[in-house]
Design a protein around this ligand. Structure first.
Ligand code: GLA
Length: 622
């Protein structure tokens, strides 16, 4: 077990702790450190800050196009330029699709001086006299000239994913073993300097196969073609993985990106939900994958939805859950499956997910352009408040409620996961509306205003159908905001789990439900609103001086020891209470003018994880 101190330094490595001079040393010691570090008790101390990855980038979920789902490594500059032009010509760029990203396959070699050589047969414009390794400047100039932004790809390890998973591709790095090490391990500064400082990219996607797939005993290593890397990621196996080491590599790249890319550079973490990345991604990058690669079938999309849909508390401006790029245009989501394509788009929009198109835009059927280019759906995805929706599931029916900016503004997705018709209902409590009030509704797919509703809305859904509504109603209390309605302003700073993993289907911290998916509860009492999580934990609320009071019913679902619930306003303790299992307390704190309010739970004991607790009915009063 790591000491509290080293556990903490690995969690906040953004800049100083990972200065260039010590990073090699730090990495060596990380590699050697025992697995399963426990979150230090220090993580519970209030910081008075909002400790997410802080830049100006990705204030709404990134939108754009990536060639991977269309071409894998069989990609070339003409296809990418053609797609960039198509984005402009078909109007998608105007709607916000602005990042044109290059994925795996572009790197030919790492030269002896550590610089990267571009595959100029793939990117002919990179061949410029005086640049023996080639340069991407003509390409990024072209993309920028269209009014778009450009992205590139690398890996935290020595080798990329295609080198393992697309081993027969003709477009893989060539040369000696060392020359084929085109991943950024040991080259964080140099590569980020090249990508952002020299080539002028705006976005980088950083994959993780280099620390996952080149383990002792694997074919690429045994065949002598690749150097062994003790895996930091064993897929699906946290005890055998080293989450701290993976996080540290991304942190190191993050500081290099801030240095060379400035505040507008986007860091996309691509560790497929492994190594606990969905629990620390918000501290280290602008978006982080929550799942394996999307495949072009319905079940794969459901799996990716489930990986992100309950992680509402982790998303907000500048940091987004990423259930992967859109599969629209392929397989179950092509022009012959418009119901499925609309459902896919509806769910990504309600989850505030990045919208990265991945089909050949040079030849797009109009029906697909109408789906990915639906202005009203995009407006929901890009709503500036940045709240991810809160999901409720009833069998195959799913309802996701997203609080939009503007009083009483909501979006609701009604989604049928299955192949039989279902009905789905959302009620006024879930919407946060006052009883007996009417709400106006608009169907953003049919572009129709529907007749007003009151109390609840029930819709019928055909097989695999989603409906997406924008709803405007009367808030329950015009002077109060329930935490359920402001997830984008809540940061899970310490989830109480250290490096322990949870059973499938559990979420470390959830809105309107306990981590196990059951109701927020203590004894026989349940609550419709609030946050369910574990003790010992700490949440940071970005209150920005707008509120006067915080009230909640602190509840403890289980455990043998009393749990201390504490409220801090700008680091000052303003209220606390102790609650035992099965009981519900009350807390009422003066938070007048506080910029950051912190909600801390402390449980003694030495269990692997603390008890499930809740900040039930938690709200901020103006
Ligand atoms: C991984 C990523 C994909 C893609 C490929 C490239 O599988 O998850 O999105 O970038 O690598 O090889």
């Amino acid at each position: 077990m790591n000491s509290a101190k080293s556990g903490r330094s690995m969690r906040n490595p953004a800049s100083k702790l990972f200065s260039r001079s010590i990073c090699t040393l730090a990495l060596l010691s990380l590699a050697a450190s025992p697995l399963g570090a426990k979150e230090g008790v220090d993580d519970l101390e209030p910081t008075g800050t909002y400790s997410v990855y802080q830049t100006d980038a990705a204030q709404t979920p990134p939108m754009g196009w990536n060639p991977w789902n269309a071409f894998r490594t069989d990609v070339d500059e003409a296809k990418i330029r053609g797609s960039a032009e198509a984005l402009v010509d078909n109007g998608l760029a105007q709607l916000g699709y602005r990042y044109v990203n290059i994925d795996d396959g572009w790197a030919l070699q790492r030269k002896a001086d550590g610089t990267l050589k571009i595959r100029d047969t793939m990117f002919p414009s990179a061949k410029v006299e005086g640049y023996p390794n080639g340069t991407f400047v003509p390409f990024t100039d072209f993309v920028h000239g269209l009014g778009l932004k450009a992205g590139l790809y690398t890996d935290i390890g020595r080798n990329t994913c295609a080198q393992y998973h697309d081993a027969k591709s003709p477009n893989l790095p060539v040369g000696t073993m060392a020359e084929r090490q085109v991943g950024s391990l040991g080259h964080a500064e140099q590569d980020m300097k090249a990508i952002f400082g020299t080539w002028n990219f705006d976005y980088v996607k950083i994959d993780a196969c280099g620390v996952a797939d080149y383990a002792p005993g694997t074919e690429p290593v045994e065949s002598g073609r690749f150097a062994v890397f003790p895996p930091y990621i064993v897929r699906g196996d946290i005890p055998k993985s080293n989450p701290d080491a993976v996080e540290a590599l991304y942190a190191q790249l993050g500081s290099a990106i801030k240095e060379w890319g400035g505040p507008d550079a986007v860091l996309s973490i691509c560790a497929w939900g492994e190594a606990l990345s969905p629990r620390w991604g918000h501290k280290q990058g602008n978006l982080w994958r929550t799942s394996p690669d999307i495949e072009f079938n319905w079940d794969s999309m459901l799996r990716n939805i489930d990986s992100a849909v309950y992680r509402t508390l982790y998303a907000g401006p500048g940091h987004w859950n990423d259930p992967d790029m859109l599969a629209i245009g392929h397989g179950d989501f092509d022009e012959n499956h418009l119901t499925e394509a609309r459902a896919h788009m509806s769910m990504w929009a309600i989850m505030a997910s990045p919208l990265l198109l991945g089909y050949d835009l040079r030849h797009s059927p109009q029906e697909l352009l109408d789906i990915v280019g639906n202005r009203e759906v995009i407006a929901i995805d890009q709503d500036p408040a940045g709240n991810q929706g809160v999901a409720y599931r009833d069998g195959e029916a799913m309802v996701v409620v997203r609080t939009l900016s503007g009083p009483g503004s909501r979006a609701v997705a009604f989604f049928n996961r299955g192949d039989e018709p279902v009905s789905a209902t959302v009620n006024w409590t879930q919407l946060g509306f006052a009883p007996d009030t009417d709400a106006s509704m608009r169907d953003v797919w049919s572009h129709e205003t529907l007749s007003p509703a009151s109390g609840a809305i029930t819709v019928k859904l055909g097989a695999r159908e989603a409906k997406l509504f924008r709803i405007k109603g009367t808030p329950l209390d015009p002077d109060a905001v329930w935490l359920d309605e402001m997830p984008a302003r809540i940061n899970v700073a310490a989830d109480g789990l250290g490096n322990h993993s949870l059973p499938d289907g559990w979420t470390p911290a959830r809105v309107a439900a306990a981590p196990d998916g059951g109701p927020l509860a203590a004894g026989k009492t349940t609550f419709d609103k609030g946050i369910g999580l574990f003790a010992s934990s700490r949440l940071e609320l970005r209150t920005d001086g707008e509120f006067g009071r915080f009230t909640a019913r602190p509840a403890v679902a289980e455990g043998a020891v009393p749990v201390q619930f504490q409220i801090y306003a700008d680091k000052k303790l303003v209220a606390e209470t102790k609650v035992v299992a099965g009981q519900i307390g009350a807390i009422d704190a003066d938070v007048t003018g506080a910029k950051i309010v912190e909600l801390v739970t402390r449980a003694g004991g030495t269990e692997q994880r603390g008890p499930m607790v809740a900040w039930a009915n938690a709200k901020l009063q103006r």
